[in-house]
Ligand binder design. Structure first.
Ligand code: NI
Length: 177
């Protein structure tokens, strides 16, 4: 297994839509094992394939001792009820902002062996599923912020890119998705 490089904000791959996986092969299983190792090493609680430069609809997660991968995920139920929690992202180091998400979701997809999975999630797991699912459509958590907060986030990212500031703090591990 290997720790993979994580693509950072500004890399165009983070803004592209990932493709559905056709046949699941040993290469996918190897990618998933490497993504899990990369997520643990970060450390973080979720990681989507585009974040390691692969435009396929796959993500991994690790919440409360449960580690898994979902291929071709679909969120089939979003609760009406919403909740706001602090989120960060491994591709946007140093940023964390409150994001409003559905409190619970039901997700459906395939595991690394091609077996169908369906999971009812709430709490952090529901946040991770929504955040990682977004990555597969080229959506980043800052896209969900209200205008002023989003502008501040983009300013911070620009200053980092220009080398004017370095990420001065890292979000807590459970806020890195
Ligand atoms: Ni992320």
């Amino acid at each position: 297994m290997a720790v993979l490089g994580i693509r950072m904000f500004g890399d165009p791959i983070l803004r592209q839509r990932a493709s559905e996986v056709g046949e699941i092969t040993d290469l996918h299983r190897k990618l998933i094992a490497n993504m899990i190792e990369t997520m643990h090493e970060a450390p973080g609680v979720g990681l989507a394939a585009p974040q390691v430069g692969v435009l396929e609809r796959i993500f991994v997660y690790a919440v409360d001792e449960t580690v898994g991968a979902i291929i071709n995920p679909e969120i089939i139920v979003h609760s009406q009820e919403k909740e706001t929690d602090i989120e960060g992202c491994l591709s946007l180091p140093g940023l964390s902002y409150p994001v409003e998400r559905a409190v619970s979701v039901t997700i459906r997809g395939l595991d690394e062996n091609g077996e169908p999975v369906e999971i009812d999630a709430d709490g952090l797991l529901a946040v991770v599923f929504q955040h990682e699912f977004d990555h597969l459509d080229g959506v980043l958590f800052i896209d969900h912020l209200p205008g002023d907060m989003r502008k501040e986030a983009l300013r911070t990212l620009r200053d980092q890119a220009l080398g004017l500031t370095v990420p001065s703090f890292a979000p807590a591990p459970e806020e890195r998705l």
